[in-house]
Design a protein around this ligand. Sequence first.
Ligand SMILES: [Zn+2]
Length: 95
Amino acid sequence: MRAAHSSDGAVRQRLRELLANGRLPAMAPMEIAAGYGHGRVCIACDQPVTQHEMEYEFNDPREDRQLSFHSACFLLFQSECVERASAAPGQRVDR
Ligand SMILES: [Zn+2]
């Protein structure tokens, strides 16, 4: 059996893994392009972003690689970044 749609929990789990192994930058960048999808696979849930869905994309500055997200998955990514930032004691950001 195959789940047609990933639940928030599964996407969060996947995002945590991608953040933990460095596949995703630990901070959401400031410059994000938003628009309708082009069928590219969302890195968070591994499902294509269709032409009828909003796609958020940004460049991973470390690899100059384009990352695509569904709008909902991007929000989860942002919230995981915030959680990670507040949970990592050695990486406190002073401002
Ligand atoms: Zn997604």
